[in-house]
Design a protein around this ligand. Structure first.
Ligand code: PLP
Length: 423
């Protein structure tokens, strides 16, 4: 039996897959399969391998820590790696003191954020945004609407959750056609919405809507959201699970708006593939969470945190390249695809780029039918891309942040050729 067949025999059928590759190793921007295909990974293992695959400094940090101390359990005392990691992440956030609750994934980072917000505010309600993806555990799923399939079969979920339209300029919920008008309409709607009031514990937002199609919230909207949260004493949770750790050219995407979230949730790129997440809250908020009110056996695992410390050092070096590389990528895609009948929009921040496919550029009717062909034809040419979008009609380009210009350009050339073959 092949690896693929054995895998399907023994691993849960619920696991969704973009591709069916059989991987054996990874190095830098490339993955290698059992039949020796070397594939350029434009997915970064789902926005995780920001430092590339098996970066030597990450591998060395893991090996050293694994040979020293794997799991004393945070419940038994203190050890160096999570403290150093928290101190180092604090430097990427700024001078306002934050405190860290380390977990294993984005979902449980958001789970922690929900619990912390409810606990501290003693309020019951939550507001999330339509199209948001915050995870698959029941609490984080209650805030998730990127695909209704994720919720089907699990209702009722958490009570008291309301949804406000995400400010998407390309598909403006208020019917506006320019960024300025769309942003203004979004802010007006926010200020007039009855959803925000003193019963609400927290509002959670992705600064760039990820799963739902890579739409960035306008900075002015995030500032207005922070204002309304302050007005009603609502905690602002910014979910940086996908956008964090340099992906958008800043350490965190919210930093473009100069807001100061009460709670930041992170995972994915934080530890280059080791399972680590964190709920990071302003210290005065976190300090109100009393001992035992939340916890976990594996949280703050030393090996994962060691990988996190090494990852931050690597990202620090390549961070200045991310915005220029992203701009070049968007230019190349725009030039190569501008006349394509189905390419409705090309957008992105740093190396978080989305290409949206529509059947008609005026009606913007989503065109998900082309996505499968693009994914499989790119893979045949050794480039791995994945999709997203409310209508599964967006290709995401999220290569490792360590990528060099020539490799990025070559991968994009393949992607453009594949797309241009479809018409
Ligand atoms: N939040 C965002 C914005 C995400 O993109 C994801 C995963 O894609 C999650 C939360 C959930 O993270 P995890 O899959 O690690 O639980």
């Amino acid at each position: 039996m092949s690896l693929k067949e054995r895998s399907k025999q023994k691993l849960s059928a619920t696991l969704g897959r973009y591709h069916d590759c059989e991987f054996v190793s990874g190095e830098g921007c490339y993955l290698t399969t059992t039949n020796n295909q070397k594939i350029l990974d434009f997915s970064s293992g789902l926005a995780v391998a920001n430092t590339g695959h098996c970066h030597p400094k990450v591998v060395a940090a893991i090996q050293k820590q694994a040979a020293t101390l794997i799991h004393p359990c945070i419940g038994n005392g203190h050890y160096e790696p999570p403290v150093t990691l928290a101190e180092n992440i604090q430097k990427t956030i700024g001078t306002t003191p934050y405190s860290f609750f380390f977990s294993q994934s984005g979902s449980d980072a958001n789970e922690a954020a929900i619990k912390l917000a409810k606990y501290v505010t003693k309020r019951k309600k939550l507001v999330a945004f339509t199209g948001g993806f915050h995870g698959r555990t029941l609490g984080s799923l209650s805030l998730t609407t990127s695909k209704m399939k994720y919720r089907e079969g699990y209702e009722p979920l958490l009570p008291g959750v309301s949804f406000f339209p995400y400010p998407i300029t390309y598909r403006c919920p208020w019917g506006k056609t320019t960024e300025v008008d769309s942003t203004k309409a979004a802010i007006d709607a926010l200020n007039n919405s009855p959803l925000f009031n003193t019963d609400v514990a927290a509002v959670i937002i992705e600064p760039i809507l990820g799963e739902a199609g890579y739409y960035a919230a306008p900075p002015a909207f995030l500032i207005a959201l922070e204002g309304i949260c302050k007005k009603y004493g609502i905690l602002l949770i910014v979910d940086e699970v996908q956008t964090g750790f340099g992906r958008t050219g800043n350490w965190f995407a919210y930093q473009k708006s100069a807001i100061e979230p009460d709670i930041i949730t992170v995972a994915k790129g934080i530890a280059s593939g080791m399972p680590l997440g964190a709920c990071i809250a302003k210290k005065d908020i976190m300090d109100q969470w009393t001992p035992g009110a939340h916890g976990g056996t594996f949280g703050a695992n030393p090996v994962c945190c060691a990988a996190g410390i090494a990852s931050i050092d690597i990202i620090k070096e390549c961070l200045p390249n991310v915005t220029p590389l992203g701009k070049k990528a968007i230019n190349q895609l725009t030039t190569g695809l501008s006349n394509h009948p189905f390419v409705g929009d090309i957008r992105g921040e740093g190396l978080m780029i989305g290409i949206e496919f529509v059947k008609n550029k005026t009606t913007k009717e989503p065109h998900p039918d082309v996505i499968g062909t693009i994914l499989s034809n790119c893979l045949k040419q050794n480039v791995l891309v994945i999709a997203c979008g409310l209508h599964n009609n967006v290709i995401r380009v999220i290569p490792p942040l360590i990528i060099d210009e020539a490799t990025l350009q070559a991968g994009l050339t393949t992607l453009i050729e594949v797309i241009n073959d479809i018409n």
